[in-house]
Design a protein around this ligand. Sequence first.
Ligand code: TGC
Ligand code: FAD
Length: 393
Amino acid sequence: MPFEGVDFYDMDSLLSEEERAVRDMVREWVEDNVIPIIGECYVEGRFPRELVPKMGELGFMGANLPEEYGCAGLNNVAYGLINQELERGDSGIRSFASVQGSLVMYPIFEFGTEEHRKEWLPKLASGEKIGCFGLTEPDFGSNPGGMITTARKTDDGWLINGAKMWITSGSMADVAIIWAQTGEIGDAKGIRGFVVPTDARGFTAKDQKGKLSLRASDTSELVLEDVHVSEEALMPKSGGLKSPLKCLTQARYGIAWGGLGAAMACYDEAVSYSKNRVMFDKPIGGFQLQQARLADMLTEITKGQLLALQLGRLKDAGTMTPQQVSLAKRNNVNLAAEAARETRRLLGANGILAEYQAMRHMANIESVYTYEGTHDIHTLILGQEITGISAFS
Ligand code: TGC
Ligand code: FAD
């Protein structure tokens, strides 16, 4: 049966007609194009790149950026709903769109020149070009301020040296947003962003092998060895660690919605299975233990929906804070992890098969729990907000 959503508190009544239309359009696209193939892609460890042109045509990438650059110009709630529906299909599909929109197009829009915007945004929006975001390094994950990738000024541009690790879409990308230290190592204020074409001499990308999570996503290591870029590669309005962190706020916002999508997919599967699987002469959904699982899932999803929607309204009003985003990313990814695990268990042995969704989502969400700031890091961001005392320094 096609997915009908999870809406116990009539959230639909809080959405505009346009927001509902966007949500329904993405939902249908995911149902017809992602669900039928994603289990196989996952087993094969393959990102379904063939979906990208259509994703571009339908406006999924950078959907909250202005129309003048080829984007859909939607509000942030509609943008969030796109993320929710994509992640209902698979976290890898949402990841692709998140990175393209929030981590590549957003920095170009926010920190780049008008030439950068005109050159890259329409092609990235349509999916003609693919981008990636290089912040994390082998020895600097949660603490990107310590990065050792450097960009040194030359007579006619910049020389970039370093390595970036765990980069989504890294091997497919035409362009990489590379964050590098232009000053002394450790001086977070010296960090700046560069628009680096991936065919630049000295730039290589290597597939990250052996992933047991996000298998339908391209994850790579980037190596930059004396990569020479022009003066124009620098995004002039980037300055300090704050710039990449601003990008992360955009992507984390989308993930807060995405987590709901994964959780809703699992809940839907759990409800359906519980009504159909007969054991001890009755459907397992008739046993109190399974009902408790379902009740907990529905409660957490409903709370998470209210959280995401209000966060979106705050973002649209221009008052959303990064700490509010941390709370939502932390909460909604955690509830997705719980929903996926409980669904997997409710399904018994079938729950380990790729033809069901729960275990794929369960494994995916482990990455989502770690990237874009681990659950622990968001706990500490909230701790700092509450007490005024930083646990980081
Ligand atoms: P700290 O001193 O706290 O901050 C430096 C400056 O930045 C400001 N700031 C933010 N601004 C906007 N948005 C945010 N989220 C911000 N967080 C901080 C802050 O106000 C300060 O401004 P100023 O004016 O004083 O300079 O920096 P810190 O070095 O102590 O680090 C804090 C910490 C640990 C929270 C931060 O480094 C952090 O968030 N670490 C986690 C790293 C992370 O999330 N990496 C993600 C990599 S990308 C990724 O995972 C993509 S996966 C995508 C996918 O496939 O979907
Ligand atoms: P570490 O920072 O080494 O953390 C290890 C453990 O220590 C964690 O449990 C963490 O919570 C804990 N820890 C760290 N610091 C503290 C502290 N101060 N207090 C308490 N506990 C602490 N990065 C990009 O730049 N671009 C991408 O496109 C991208 N895509 C990714 C895709 C995937 C599939 C994955 C898994 C990661 C991706 N990342 C990307 C990297 C991701 O952002 C990092 O993995 C993440 O920031 C955590 O860094 P780390 O893995 O080095 O963990």
